[in-house]
Design a protein around this ligand. Structure first.
Ligand code: GLA
Length: 655
């Protein structure tokens, strides 16, 4: 895909191709209790994170798109599958084989049954009354120990029908026959894909909701049925977020009926539009957080950034998706081993799906070495499902720290985003490890180990990412900071008043429209969402001058759920209005619930009031809920800080 942003910003049909305190608080809290928000802030007493589908760890495998675009065919896909098995990649977890756009011939008139393009998928020519079937193909993959993925669109038409008009593999026939997307056929198609054809995974694109505009040259020239856009590229306010979400939710019911065992994966491909970065976790197993990746360094940065600050929105079963890997092409070809390793390491650290997308049959062995690095893959597939948290952030270099398993081990990536060498000092405190004790680092690429105390300096080569597993004495020997375990947290209500565009995503020269577009602007919502170790707007957590290195940053009128997986006994946090808040007049109040029962609450806290320590006995509690209530009517949400928030094991005191 193509120009997903700027084209949107300026739709050009003619160039369609690229075509008083206590009183106030009483009021506030009372108001909150009485209003619609009240329901959302009331503790649920049970885990509300989605249980749709099966993706306990990020999906891994291969996708045809970056390798072949619509010029996919059976030999290419099965060839990739064979290499996955023969090379040992499949054993490492690369089991998903996904066909992207280009497979379809048409939707049959009469019964609306989709027909496969058998000249590129010959085994689908099964004949008989059904015409074609992917069953022989998925049987083959299954017999190889692999899983099969298919591609469709949530609207009537697919992306290739707008952006790959030169393709020999576009759907054929009448307007209706070329309507191969799910619209109007959700149950029929999902049954076909999952029950009849045996697919395990579906990627559902959204061009049908965005690109077939009434009166556009595309619609006229190609004789498509026009669709008023539910997604208006480049205009969040003109995008019907609720309607887009509802379209994807409707698919869940069909998937559940087709796969009562819940053994399906739903990949939402709405390119970070329609505020999907906030609701994707409640609907799908992965959701694209950005435009299509291209084989350039800045595109990789852009896509990485779109997912990297969303750690609290991912966890077992639901993953931020910065797009398929572009290893094998352009800036990530065999001549660029540093960039190849960086791209892969970064995706691994933020629990992105590891979907390879080059022609595996013809790739160099060096790529297999990268993809086959079991320790790096292990970071991505760690059962805790804690996405790495950006612990040090700048435009030049970043430090990303990921908690592994039970919280005793860490991985850390030092990432030089720039084109010149970067000095990077890693502190034990970045790792939430004790300052005075030795820290051991094992380099997962060179396999060398080193030890340091306090801090260690590195000089990173241009574009280099170093990845280490780290161990040492934990700052919290008897517990864990909540910001260390984002995979155990569900942001039930984030407190944002209305979706805002995230200004922190790298603004690349748009590869589709170059500098014709008027500039690269923030384009993905999610700004103001809950954050680990920073405020929702990326500021240091700080209450009345007291800085917290660890904690959760939220907005008022938010509710977070925390799984008490380790059977901890105490939740403790220092809470207050963050010094960075826009609204300095409204007080807020913090509440801790355990399995639906109120365990602790703060006084009404105003801007400038010292953080108040909250302790909650959580023995036997399964689901902790952290609620901040504030005035609904204030001009901007209050920035609220759960400073130093941690779970402490029985018998241990808070730090
Ligand atoms: C969109 C998606 C891509 C790919 C193409 C296929 O651009 O974002 O990942 O599926 O469509 O046409």
């Amino acid at each position: 895909m193509k120009d997903r942003s700027t084209k949107a910003a300026q739709p050009k049909p003619s160039t369609l191709l690229y075509a008083s305190l206590a009183a106030a608080l009483t009021l506030a809290v009372g108001g909150v209790h009485a209003g619609a928000t009240a329901d959302a802030l009331a503790p649920a007493g049970r885990w509300e994170g989605s249980t749709n589908g099966s993706a306990a760890t990020p999906p891994m495998g291969w996708n045809s798109w970056n390798a072949f675009r619509t010029e996919v065919d059976e030999a290419k896909v099965l060839g990739a599958a064979q290499v996955m098995v023969d090379s040992g990649l499949a054993k490492l977890g690369y089991t998903q084989v996904n066909i992207d756009d280009g497979w379809w011939l048409k939707r049959r008139t009469g019964d609306g049954r989709l027909q496969i393009r058998t000249n590129i998928f010959p085994s689908a020519a099964t004949g008989g009354p059904d015409g074609t079937s992917f069953k022989p193909f998925t049987d083959k993959l299954h017999a190889m120990g692999l899983k099969a993925g298919i591609y469709t669109d949530i609207g009537r038409n697919a992306c290739s029908q707008a952006y790959d008009l030169h393709s020999p593999n576009l759907p054929q026939g009448s307007t209706a026959e070329r309507e191969v997307g799910l619209e109007g056929h959700v149950t029929q198609d999902i049954n076909l894909y999952f029950k009849e054809w045996g697919f395990d995974y579906i990627k559902i694109d959204a061009c049908g909701l965005a690109d077939f505009l009434p009166g556009s040259d595309l619609v006229k020239q190609q004789n498509y049925r026009a669709a008023a856009p539910l997604i208006e590229r480049g205009s969040l306010n003109r995008t019907d977020i609720g309607a887009v979400r509802a379209r994807y939710e409707a698919v869940i019911a069909a998937l559940k009926a087709a796969r009562p065992n819940n053994d399906y994966v739903l990949s939402i491909c709405a390119w970070g539009m329609a505020n999907v970065r906030s609701w994707g976790k409640d609907v799908g197993n992965l959701w694209r957080t950005s435009a299509d990746i291209t084989a350039s360094w800045t595109s990789m940065l852009h896509n990485f950034d779109s997912a990297a600050k969303r750690a609290l929105y991912a966890g077992p079963g639901h993953w931020n998706d910065p797009d398929i890997l572009h290893i094998g092409h352009g800036a990530f070809d065999a001549a660029n081993p540093v960039e190849v390793r960086s791209h892969f390491s970064l995706w691994a650290m933020i629990n992105a799906p590891l979907l390879v997308s080059y022609d595996l049959r013809n790739g160099p062995a060096s790529f297999l070495d990268v993809l086959g690095n079991a320790e790096v893959v292990g970071l991505n597939q760690d059962k805790g499902g804690h996405q790495g948290v950006v612990t040090y952030d700048s435009d030049d270099a970043q430090i990303i720290v990921k908690t592994l398993g039970d919280g005793q081990r860490k991985a850390v990536a030092l990432f030089n985003r720039g084109a010149t060498p970067a000095p990077v000092t890693l502190l034990a405190s970045h790792l939430k490890l004790a300052n005075g004790a030795p820290v051991t680092l094992r380099d997962l690429w060179s396999k060398q180990s080193t030890t340091f105390t306090g801090e260690k300096e590195f000089t990173l080569a241009p574009h280099e990412t170093l990845v280490f597993e780290a161990s040492g004495k934990r700052q919290l020997e008897n517990g864990v900071y909540l910001s260390e375990i984002p995979g155990s947290i569900n942001v039930a209500v984030d407190g944002t008043r209305q979706p805002q565009l995230d200004p922190t995503v790298h603004r690349m020269i748009d590869p589709w429209s170059n500098t014709r577009s008027g500039g690269s602007r923030p384009q993905y919502a999610g700004w103001g969402g809950a954050q680990a170790d920073t405020t929702p707007y990326g500021q240091t957590l700080q209450v009345a001058g007291q800085v917290f290195d660890s904690g959760l940053g939220v907005l008022s009128n938010s509710r977070l759920q925390v799984r008490n997986d380790g059977g901890h006994a105490l939740l403790t946090a220092a809470v207050g209005v963050d010094d960075s808040t826009d609204d300095t007049r409204q007080p807020v109040r913090f509440y801790v619930y355990g399995d639906g029962k109120l365990l602790a609450q703060s006084a009404p806290l105003a801007f400038g009031t010292k953080a108040q320590r909250l302790n909650a006995d959580i023995r036997g509690v399964k689901i902790i809920e952290l609620v901040v209530r504030g005035a609904k009517a204030s001009a901007a949400p209050v920035v609220a800080t759960w400073g130093d928030a941690q779970l402490v094991r029985a018998g241990a005191g808070a730090r």
